[in-house]
Write a protein that binds this ligand. Structure first.
Ligand SMILES: [Fe+2]
Ligand SMILES: [Fe+2]
Length: 138
């Protein structure tokens, strides 16, 4: 893989993080009711981390000579708490796969500093997947 393709993939990751930010705001307001109190709080804690993921990605794209995108991946709105949790879990799982690949690709390209910058995204996404799985009783 060349650097240009890698930057393109980082921009796709960035679009996906923009999607997360919007979904968590919309879903955070959807997930109401006493049985969802804890997970509602959890989701509100994810939101600032998604903001930092988007910021880190934009900085790395710029550092690599690319232009950070302003495109947002298609947002999946939700109408019920269960639907919101399932939708968020699907997105986080997708992002986890993406970041696993991205960290490996950064190493392959000899971009150790970029791989290091992406490490927190990978770790926090792993936590988000676990949070949502346990909220869904999986
Ligand atoms: Fe994220
Ligand atoms: Fe996340």
């Amino acid at each position: 893989m060349d650097r240009e393709t890698f930057v393109k993939l980082l921009n796709d990751d960035l679009s996906s993080e923009y999607q997360s930010i919007i979904q968590y705001i919309q879903h955070g307001a959807t997930i109401t009711g006493p049985q969802f109190l804890a997970i509602g709080d959890e989701i509100k804690r994810h939101l600032p981390q998604e903001l930092s993921h988007a910021t880190i990605l934009a900085e790395q794209i710029s550092f690599l000579g690319g232009t950070p995108t302003a495109e947002v991946s298609t947002v999946r709105s939700s109408i019920s708490p269960e639907d919101a949790l399932r939708t968020d879990l699907a997105l986080e799982s997708e992002q986890l796969d993406r970041y696993r690949e991205r960290v490996g690709q950064a190493h392959d390209l000899g971009l150790a500093d970029v791989a290091e910058a992406l490490r927190p995204l990978l770790e926090q996404t792993q936590e988000h997947v676990r949070d949502l799985q346990s909220a869904l009783g999986r």
